[in-house]
Design a protein around this ligand. Sequence first.
Ligand code: ATP
Ligand code: MG
Ligand code: MG
Ligand code: MG
Length: 565
Amino acid sequence: MRLSQFHLATVKEVPADAEIASHQLMLRAGMIRKLAAGLYTWAPLGLRVLRKVESVVREEMDRAGAVELLMPTIQPKELWEESGRWAKFGPQLLKIKDRKEQEFCYAPTAEEVITDYARNELKSYKQLPVNFYQIQTKFRDEIRPRFGVMRAREFLMKDAYSFHLTQESLAGTYDAMYQAYTRIFTRLGLKFRAVEADTGAIGGNASHEFQVLADSGEDALIFSDGSDYAANIEKAEALAPTTTRPAPSAELTRVDTPTQKTIEEVAAFLKVTPQQCVKTILVRGAEGLVALCVRGDHEVNEVKAGKLAGMPGESELASEEEILAATGARPGFIGPAGLPAEILVIVDRDAAVLADFVCGGNLDGTHYTGANWDRDARVTRVEDIRKVVAGDPSPDGKGTLQIARGIEVGHVFQLGNKYAEALKATVLDENGKAQVMLMGCYGIGVSRIVAAAIEQRHDDAGIIWPEPMAPWRVAVCVINPKNSPDIAQAADALYAELKQRGVEVALDDRGLRPGAMFADMELIGIPHRVVVSERGLAAGTLEYRARHEAEARAITQDELFALLG
Ligand code: ATP
Ligand code: MG
Ligand code: MG
Ligand code: MG
């Protein structure tokens, strides 16, 4: 590619809402541009990288025996009613109507559509197992779209769905997908961990998340320093030994002028609808924490103990004794509704903390009384409200637990018969008897991977791409081509030769001053840079610098070709 004919759009300034390095660098490098909250245009440079990721994912899915198809992004309401998720999925589901007033949603995922396809296409056990995948746009109306394409509303996902007659077969494909994901993230040059995830509301037997390790990650992971045990925080909490708990917190502070807040007021404060306000609530007692789920119809009188990120209405009702046991709170701190309340944290279903409030009093059924309604209350990060702490013994008894932060880039799931049963997706078995199929589902955040890689690999000058993701492997920079036809010619010849050898190369023939040109190539993260200059030409060498090395050095053209393999 001749950069004079490309649209490279690097900029110096980034908007203040770009908080994390990857978001800033993607904007500065001209990879993405914001259209509206959570909606991004992939500029030409960004798209080259996105396509690289996509092709690695596609190659490994194909290698693992999955077959590609492409489903619509607009899905009919009726299918979602069959699965029961039209009502249950919540406000992330973007619902739309056509001109005939027929209702649809924009796909946040595709279990319903693929199960419908499977029930029509698959008739016999002989067609199983089969694993369908697509690389397709998804839309989720995230409550807090942020960090650019990391948590966007519209994003690119690879989603695969496998169908089976037996659990054994499902476990086999699950394992093949696990291996394929391991190959994908290894090939992409990322530091990652596969962690056990809670199967939670979806049920099923097994689930793993693939987490790219990064301090800016929204997820907390737990791993053992003495074994292979690794889990996300929800899963780890479910298994956590209860012996280690945070030290008792300070005495409750009573507020003398009580104010009352209804769920509607909470909603207005959070700028969400009352329905969206139905969340997991964490209450910190005198010691420790308890997670409480408020019912989906926001009758908050009925408060149920659940776990962090549990779905409303699906957890067990907790008695006062249970809350006391779970929190270690002293009875004196239990309010009229049986709830100890010092700090109230409102968390969405994905455990992203929306807001927390310091409550000086008790959480009563329908309103918060005695509450110190502090708009600027600090936002508590998930790690601050965890129950598992570093140094706890590992659940497998080997070693102690360590905590790291991660970015969820992939998620594999054994779904079992949940969707196939709801949608009556059956095949005939060997005896000619109809059997409900078993399913697995396997997602990868293709667009999120781009941002996650930058989080892990950057320096002050810009992005440091792993080679398989780089927009080009080599940049050929030409110094003052206008002053010397020889230089322009030599650069052209090198560019042609590299292309001939199948190396992806960008020729920076934009005529920029060397400093600006080098800064751009570093910012956009090209792994290898060579400079064609008058001095080098006279000496028969090129100035070469690897992106991750501090110093440039002189090499011959043949050495360059050898180095690029
Ligand atoms: P998260 O916990 O980050 O909200 P999720 O668990 O809701 O993700 P899944 O339903 O498991 O997501 O979807 C599969 C993959 O899609 C995720 O592992 C993630 O990489 C990606 N993904 C999910 N939501 C987004 C988003 N809003 N923006 C970009 N990628 C996303
Ligand atoms: Mg998740
Ligand atoms: Mg989510
Ligand atoms: Mg997930």
